[in-house]
Design a protein around this ligand. Structure first.
Ligand code: FAD
Length: 109
């Protein structure tokens, strides 16, 4: 079956980026500069201004990321994610026979 050659939609881009951010706890400060969707970038700049990043610990960072994702969810009228379930959703990878794992997931900082 051929791979799709259609342009990436705003929804696909967002879903992939949130997955990347939640799993790798990537540096979010760079997003407002490089994120390819201008509307999202401009909005996220405001969100970051009102919610400065918290990087004291892995737990603090993932809770902060959950919160800012929920700010975006709310503005798009999407369901709010329960932040106490972040580790259940993003703390492990679903790989066959534990063939992969998140490296250093307990001590990123
Ligand atoms: P997504 O919001 O992409 O979430 C993916 C998965 O993450 C969900 O299935 C759920 O399991 C999990 N999840 C959801 N909320 C949380 C949370 N709070 N904490 C942890 N896990 C969670 N789109 C626009 O139209 N306008 C914008 O201004 C805009 N700004 C964006 C800014 C950024 C930085 C990013 C990364 C995306 C932005 N998007 C924006 C895209 C939008 O947020 C969604 O990614 C897109 O609409 C697809 O939504 P989705 O329902 O598939 O779930």
């Amino acid at each position: 079956k051929e791979k799709s050659a259609a342009p990436v939609t705003k929804e696909e881009l967002g879903r992939a980026t949130w997955t990347f951010l939640h799993i790798l706890a990537a540096q979010v400060q760079m997003l407002p500069r490089i994120y390819p969707c201008r509307e999202c970038r401009d909005h996220f700049k405001e969100v970051l201004r009102a919610n400065p990043v918290l990087t004291g610990s892995h737990a603090e960072f993932s809770q902060w990321l959950c919160h800012v994702h929920n700010v975006v969810n709310r503005s798009l009228a999407k369901p709010i994610f329960p932040c106490e379930r972040v580790d259940a959703r993003w703390g492990k990878l679903d790989c066959e026979q534990n063939a992969c794992e998140i490296i250093g997931s307990t001590s990123i900082f």
